[in-house]
Design a protein around this ligand. Structure first.
Ligand code: KG4
Ligand code: ZN
Length: 336
C-alpha cells in the first residue's frame, strides 16, 4: 500500500511516498529556516505564504522521486494538528483537492503521532508495549504505547518544551536560530561542568519543566558570569561551556525520567521522537544508560518530514480510520 504523506504544520513544507508504513520511496522537504532565521523565530504569516509557494513543487518532486503516478497511490495522509492554523490549512486543502480529483481516501494525522511513527521507517523491530519520549519545538511528552493507535499520556512539560528551551537558550547565548543544532555544535567545544544549572525533577511525576534552567542561564549571562566575547582572555565560562552545561542539564532530566517511566511500566522498548531526538548527546546518553533497548529514527527523520506522516497514515488506514472531505485543521490538537 503506497501512501502520499503531506506535512505543513510549522516551517517545513514536506511530501513523501511510503510503502506499507515502512519503506520510503521519496521524502522531500522544503525548509523555510533561512527565512525565519532573519526574525529569530517562526513568523506564522510568512510560514503559510511560503507553504503556498512550495507545496505543489514539493508534491511533484515527491511523486517523481518515488517514480509513481496518481494511479499508484492508495491513500493520502495529511497533518491536521497541532501546529500553526494558517500553515496546516495549506496542506489539508491541497490533500483534499487531490483526494477529490483522484478519488483517493484521506486520513488526518496528529503531527506528534507522526513523530512516533518515524521509528517504523528506521527500525524493523518495534515491539509493544513501549514508552516513547517525544521532544520537539512545541512538546515534551512521555507516552505509553500498547499497540498501533493505543496511547496513554504519562507526562508532559508544564512550561517550555525541550526544543523551545534549546531555542531560547541559544538566543540568550547569541547562537542564532534554530537553537538546538547551534547548542549541540557549540557544546562540542565546551565543558559541561562549567556552570551549575538546576534540574527540575518534579518528584514522582513524569512531567517535565524546563523554564527554570533557561531562567537560571539567563541570570548568569545577565550577571556577567558567562563570557560571550570571542576572545578567551578571562577565566569565566565561555559561550561553549554554557551551551554544554545547558545541554547536559536538559538531557539528564529527559534521560532519567524516560528510563524511570519505562522501568515502572515494564515496557519492552524505549523510542525517541521529535526534532530534539536528532541530538547526538541525547541519543547516546539514553542508549548507554537504559537497561531497556532504545530505538531512535535516523536524525533526518526526527525533525519535521512527511514520511513519518505517511507511515502513521498507513496504520490509520489499516485500522479503517478514513476521514471525510469535511475534515478540518485542529491547531491545538492534544498530543495523543
Ligand atoms: O520536531 P521538530 O522538527 O518541529 C516541531 O514539531 O516542533 O522540532 C524542532 C525543534 C526545535 O526546537 C529545534 O531547536 C530542536 O527541535 N532541535 C534540536 C536539535 N535539532 C533540532 N534540539 C537539540 N539538538 C538538536 N540537534
Ligand atoms: Zn514536529
Amino acid at each position: 500500500m503506497k501512501i502520499l504523506g503531506i506535512e505543513t504544520s510549522c516551517d517545513e513544507t514536506a511530501a513523501a511516498v511510503v510503502e506499507d508504513g515502512a519503506r520510503i520511496l521519496s521524502n522531500q522537504i522544503a525548509s523555510q529556516v533561512e527565512i525565519h532565521a532573519r526574525y529569530g523565530g517562526i513568523v506564522p504569516e510568512v510560514a503559510s505564504r511560503q507553504h503556498i509557494l512550495a507545496i505543489i513543487p514539493i508534491l511533484q518532486q515527491a511523486m517523481a522521486e518515488a517514480g509513481v503516478s496518481w494511479g499508484d497511490v492508495d491513500g493520502i495522509a495529511v497533518t491536521i494538528g497541532p501546529g500553526l492554523a494558517g500553515s496546516l490549512l495549506v496542506g489539508v486543502n491541497v490533500a483534499k483537492a487531490i483526494a477529490l480529483a483522484h478519488r483517493l481516501p484521506i486520513t488526518g494525522v496528529n503531527h506528534l503521532e507522526g513523530h512516533i511513527y518515524a521509528n517504523w521507517l528506521t527500525n524493523r523491530s518495534v515491539t509493544f508495549p513501549l514508552v516513547c519520549l517525544i521532544v520537539s519545538g512545541g512538546h515534551s511528552d512521555l507516552v505509553l504505547m500498547k499497540g498501533h493507535g493505543d496511547y496513554v499520556l504519562l507526562g508532559r512539560t508544564r512550561d517550555d518544551a525541550a526544543g523551545e528551551a534549546f531555542d531560547k537558550a541559544a538566543r540568550i547565548l547569541g547562537l542564532g536560530y534554530p537553537g538546538g543544532p547551534a547548542i549541540e555544535q557549540a557544546a562540542r567545544h565546551g565543558k559541561a561542568a562549567s556552570l551549575k544549572l538546576p534540574r527540575a525533577w518534579l518528584k514522582e511525576s513524569s512531567d517535565f519543566s524546563f523554564s527554570g534552567v533557561k531562567t537560571a542561564l539567563l541570570r548568569l549571562v545577565e550577571g556577567g558570569k558567562v563570557s560571550l566575547a570571542a576572545s578567551q582572555g578571562n577565566r569565566l565560562p565561555t559561550r561553549n561551556d554554557a551551551a554544554a552545561s545547558f545541554q547536559e542539564a536538559v538531557i539528564e532530566v529527559l534521560v532519567t525520567k524516560t528510563i524511570a517511566a519505562a522501568k515502572e511500566r515494564r515496557v519492552k522498548q524505549i523510542l525517541l521522537a521529535g526534532g530534539v531526538a536528532s541530538n547526538g548527546v541525547l541519543r547516546r546518553w539514553l542508549a548507554e544508560n537504559s537497561p531497556i533497548p532504545v530505538l531512535v529514527p535516523e536524525p533526518i527523520l526526527c525533525t519535521d518530514n512527511a514520511a513519518m506522516i505517511a507511515a502513521c497514515g498507513y496504520h490509520r488506514f489499516q485500522a479503517g480510520k478514513i476521514d471525510g472531505l469535511d475534515m478540518d485543521v485542529i491547531p491545538n490538537l492534544k498530543p495523543v
